[in-house]
Design a protein around this ligand. Structure first.
Ligand code: ARG
Length: 470
């Protein structure tokens, strides 16, 4: 089949070259974007007087038809098509004859691929945002039911201070909200159209890159044609965001693995979102949570691959850049697969409130309350810390909890420790006291919940915006 570059070659390509060089096996998913860009380019050629009215109409109709055939699978491609651009030009020429060959004027695969991939990414980022919003919804609706449920908050995976389960779930929500923010921020920077940059020096034909940019949902046309065809920051940056989403999911996944273990017993996964063992009939495994952990490795790997590919690459286009597509496709596909499963797992998990409540005060997690109580009575925190430490040591040696220390022992540890200290030695009391903004107590968490609630409408609107003409 006809190469786009056959003119100066006498023999055909070696099979090995063809196999290595082709991107058709993975870049056909760019076809809808390539076709939309072709239509916009045809309109610009028409305005420049390079296509007459009938030619433009025939061209547009043929591109639409080609789009339909790509979508329903009747447009077949093979290795010799090399890439999506070659394949679609062949399809156009098959339909239109020599007229099909007019579309390439003022355009190169270098600005085409840079444009197509930006469009693909901007389009798919909206779907990714929608999936993240669904996960936030699941976390928020679990949180709303556990504004008062105490759990031991941990540092070093050791009991630290009691928090509400809602607060812990919303900590994950805050991280995902930042990811949404990153996607939107990325999108604003990615909204620059390379089309019109040609191979790398722009065009001598009277094209209108700004009009094409607007036509394709971009905010602006590239300011520098060399940068436009060489730049893949938009891929690396998106891969950083997807890798970060992966890290966040891995941390949530790891927590679910812990929570659902019999050592914790905080949650039980729904049967529909857990798996069994082929040999141990009693097992219920958190495979989704483990895969959330596991998939983060490949998401980080894709980012690394792209950055290493770009390192030290001279301007402008180099074939190395063909390696940009598979990592970003894979990262977006991976998250599209993973997120609905994680969302379902979170939405359906059953929370064991009594196991959480029982565990919340263990491990002397109320010791800080004692120290703060002493501080409120004028004891310097440094001394309060020492005194409380002595109470804990006393408890450890007797195998008792903080509230079980009798009055005389309290007094002998420190004259400041009157029996009233026991009033702060309840989880409910400790949580009720944490009222400052961002704190773990029910009051502050309710404020946090409503703050998240008010942001979500705006995120849903953004995720539903369509930036790419169909
Ligand atoms: N398949 C190529 C890629 O993905 C398209 C651009 C080809 N440009 C070129 N000068 N050979 O990068």
């Amino acid at each position: 089949m006809a190469k786009l570059w056959g003119g100066r070659f006498s023999g055909g390509p070696a099979r090995a070259l063809e196999e290595l060089n082709a991107s058709i096996s993975f870049d056909m998913r760019l076809a809808p974007y390539d076709l939309a860009a072709s239509k916009a380019h045809a309109r610009v050629l028409h305005r420049a007087g390079l296509l007459d009215e009938t030619e433009l109409e025939r061209m547009t109709a043929a591109l639409t038809d080609l789009g339909r055939r790509v979508a329903d699978g009747t447009f077949e491609v093979s290795l010799s098509d090399e890439d999506v651009h070659t394949a679609l030009e062949r399809g156009l020429v098959e339909q239109l004859g020599p007229l099909g060959g007019k579309l390439r004027a003022g355009r190169s695969r270098n600005d085409q691929i840079a444009t197509d991939l930006r469009m693909y990414c901007r389009d798919h980022v909206r779907g990714l945002a929608a999936d993240l919003i669904d996960l936030i919804d699941a976390l928020v609706s679990q949180a709303a039911q556990h504004v008062e449920t105490p759990v031991p908050g941990m540092t070093h995976l050791q009991h630290a201070q009691p928090v509400t389960f809602a607060h812990q779930l919303l900590a994950h929500v805050q991280a995902i909200l930042r990811d949404l923010d990153r996607l939107r921020d990325w999108d604003a920077r990615a909204a620059v159209s390379p089309l019109g940059s040609g191979a790398m020096a722009g065009s001598s034909l009277p094209l209108d890159p700004t009009a094409v940019a607007a036509d394709l949902g971009f905010e602006a046309a590239a300011a520098n044609s060399m940068d436009a065809v060489a730049d893949r920051d938009f891929v690396a940056e998106l891969l950083f965001v997807t890798a970060t989403i992966g890290l966040h999911l891995s941390r949530l996944g790891e927590e679910v693995v812990l929570w659902s273990s019999s050592e914790f017993g905080w949650v039980e996964l729904d049967d529909a979102y857990a798996t069994g063992s082929s040999i141990m009939p009693q097992k219920k495994n958190p495979d989704i949570a483990e895969l959330a952990r596991g998939k983060s490795g490949r998401l980080v790997g894709n980012l690394t691959a792209m950055m290493v590919t770009l390192k030290a690459l001279p301007l402008t286009y180099n074939k190395d850049l063909q390696e940009d597509k598979e990592p970003v496709f894979d990262s977006l596909d991976t998250l599209a697969l993973l997120l609905p499963a994680v969302t379902g797992m979170i939405a359906t998990m059953a929370v064991n409130v009594s196991a959480m409540a029982e565990s919340a005060p263990r491990g002397f997690s109320l010791a800080t309350e004692v120290a703060d109580w002493l501080v409120r009575r004028g004891v310097p925190f440094r001394d309060a810390h020492e005194i409380t430490g002595a109470v804990v040591t006393h408890c450890v040696s007797r195998g008792i909890e903080l509230h079980e220390v009798d009055d005389s022992n309290l007094r002998s540890i420190s004259p400041h420790l009157s029996p009233e200290v026991r009033e702060v030695l309840t989880v409910t009391g400790a949580l009720a006291g944490r009222t400052t903004p961002g704190s773990a107590g029910p009051k502050a968490v309710t404020v946090q919940l409503s703050g998240i609630g008010t942001q979500m409408a705006d995120w849903r609107t953004w995720a539903a915006t369509s930036v790419v003409p169909r």
